[in-house]
Write a protein that binds this ligand. Structure first.
Ligand SMILES: [Zn+2]
Length: 356
C-alpha cells in the first residue's frame, strides 16, 4: 500500500495503529526509528534507533534474535545507504530478550561494541543458565507471592529453546551514569533501575530526545517485579528512576515499544499517578485482613480494559501477582503496611493491626 510504504524521508508516525510498521522512520536529524518484528508477542514490535555520526552508526537496542528481525534491520540500514558493518556500537537499554539478543549477535558479526548496564549481570547469567533455572527462580517468586497454582502452571509452560550465543556477555558494562561520546557530541547514559535492575536510558540533551527503552512506554505500563533474580524493591526503584528522569528538562519520548511522543514528562506523570492509584487500591484490600500478594492481585482489575484477574492467562496472572508484590513492598517501605511473617508466602497486613 503506497500510503504506508516506508521510506527514510517520512516522519515517524504517531498513530498507535501504524507505529510497528517497518521503517526506517526519521525522528530527528540523523536519528531513525526501526521497528523490528517479535515472535509471538503481544507487544507487536520493538523499536531500535539508528544514530548516524562521524565514524559510523550507533544502534540503541538490538531486537530479538530471530531471522525476521535481522532481515528487517538489514533492509532498514541498507535503505539509508549503509551496511550492517557500519554499525560500530550497540547501546542496549536492558537485558530482556527483545532488546539484547540480536544486539549480541550483530555485535559479534560486525565487530561492533555491545554495551549493557553492569547491574544486568545477574539477569544475564540467569538468562544464559537455561530454561529450568529460569523456571525454578520464577516459581520460587510466585510461591513467595502466594501463587502456588501459578508456580506449577509456570513450570508447565512451553519455553523456547535457549540460544547461548545470543546470551554472551557484552563487550562493556556501564556503571553509574556515564557520558558516551557520539560523533562531535555525546549521549548521557542514565541508570534507571525498575523494569530491570540494570536498565539504562540514553539522553541526547542538545537534540532533546530520550531513548527510553522500556523505562517509559507511551501506551502501556512497563512490567515491574518480573525479573530473575528478583530485586528487593523493584517498584520503589522504578518510581525513583521515573523521578530522576522527570527532574531533567523535558525531552521527546522515543520508546522501545509504541509510537514517539512529544513529552517524556507527561508520560512519566501518568505512570507515577497510575502506581499511586494502584498503591491505594492495594491498601484498601489489605484493610480487610492479612493476605498474600496473590490474594490482593485477584481482588484488583487489570489492564486498561479492567479485566478481572481470572480472565488473564498464566503468563499475565504471574506478571500481575509479582507486580502486586512489588506494590505491597513499597507500602511496607512507606510504613503503610507490614509483612506479618518472614516465611513463604509473604503475608501482608496493615500497620494498625499488631495483634494479628
Ligand atoms: Zn521490551
Amino acid at each position: 500500500m503506497s500510503e504506508t510504504a516506508s521510506t527514510s524521508r517520512q516522519v515517524s508516525p504517531d498513530s498507535g495503529e501504524i507505529w510497528s510498521m517497518a521503517g526506517p522512520w526519521k525522528v530527528a536529524d540523523g536519528v531513525y526509528r526501526l521497528p523490528l518484528p517479535l515472535p509471538n508477542d503481544s507487544l507487536r514490535a520493538v523499536n531500535v534507533y539508528l544514530l548516524e555520526h562521524t565514524g559510523g552508526l550507533t544502534l540503541i537496542d538490538g531486537g530479538w534474535a530471530v531471522a525476521a528481525a535481522r532481515d528487517t534491520l538489514e533492509s532498514g540500514v541498507t535503505s539509508l545507504g549503509y551496511e550492517l558493518r557500519d554499525i560500530r556500537r550497540l547501546l542496549v537499554t536492558h537485558v530482556h530478550r527483545d532488546h539484547y539478543t540480536l544486539a549480541r549477535l550483530i555485535g559479534r558479526e560486525c565487530g561492533a561494541e555491545v554495551v549493557l548496564g553492569g547491574p544486568e549481570r545477574p539477569g544475564l547469567e540467569v538468562a544464559r543458565a537455561g530454561t529450568e533455572v529460569r523456571k525454578d527462580l520464577m516459581a520460587a517468586d510466585l510461591l513467595q507471592a502466594g501463587a502456588a497454582g501459578l508456580a506449577d502452571a509456570w513450570r508447565a509452560l512451553h519455553s523456547a529453546p535457549g540460544d547461548e550465543d545470543a546470551w554472551g556477555d557484552p563487550d562493556r558494562w556501564l556503571q553509574g551514569d556515564q557520558l558516551i561520546p557520539l560523533g562531535l557530541g555525546h549521549l548521557h547514559a542514565l541508570h534507571t533501575p525498575g523494569h530491570t535492575t540494570g536498565h539504562y536510558v540514553y539522553a541526547d540533551r542538545p537534540a532533546g530526545v530520550l531513548f527510553a527503552g522500556d523505562h517509559v512506554l507511551p501506551t502501556i505500563t512497563p512490567s515491574v517485579g518480573f525479573e530473575s533474580p528478583r530485586a528487593r524493591d523493584p517498584l520503589g526503584d522504578f518510581i525513583r528512576s521515573l523521578a530522576k528522569i522527570r527532574a531533567l528538562p523535558d525531552m521527546r519520548l522515543l520508546p522501545a515499544h509504541g509510537p514517539v511522543r512529544p513529552s517524556a514528562h507527561q508520560r512519566i506523570d501518568e505512570l507515577l499517578a497510575h502506581h499511586e492509584q494502584r498503591l491505594a487500591q492495594c491498601r484498601d484490600v489489605l484493610s480487610a485482613g492479612p493476605v498474600s500478594a496473590y490474594h490482593v492481585a485477584a481482588e484488583l482489575t487489570w489492564t486498561r480494559r479492567e479485566l478481572p484477574f481470572t480472565a488473564m492467562d498464566v503468563f499475565n496472572q504471574a506478571l500481575a501477582a509479582l507486580e502486586t508484590m512489588a506494590h505491597l513492598d513499597v507500602l511496607v517501605a512507606r510504613g503503610q503496611a507490614r509483612v506479618r511473617n518472614g516465611g513463604t508466602p509473604s503475608t501482608y497486613t496493615t500497620p494498625a493491626s499488631p495483634g494479628r
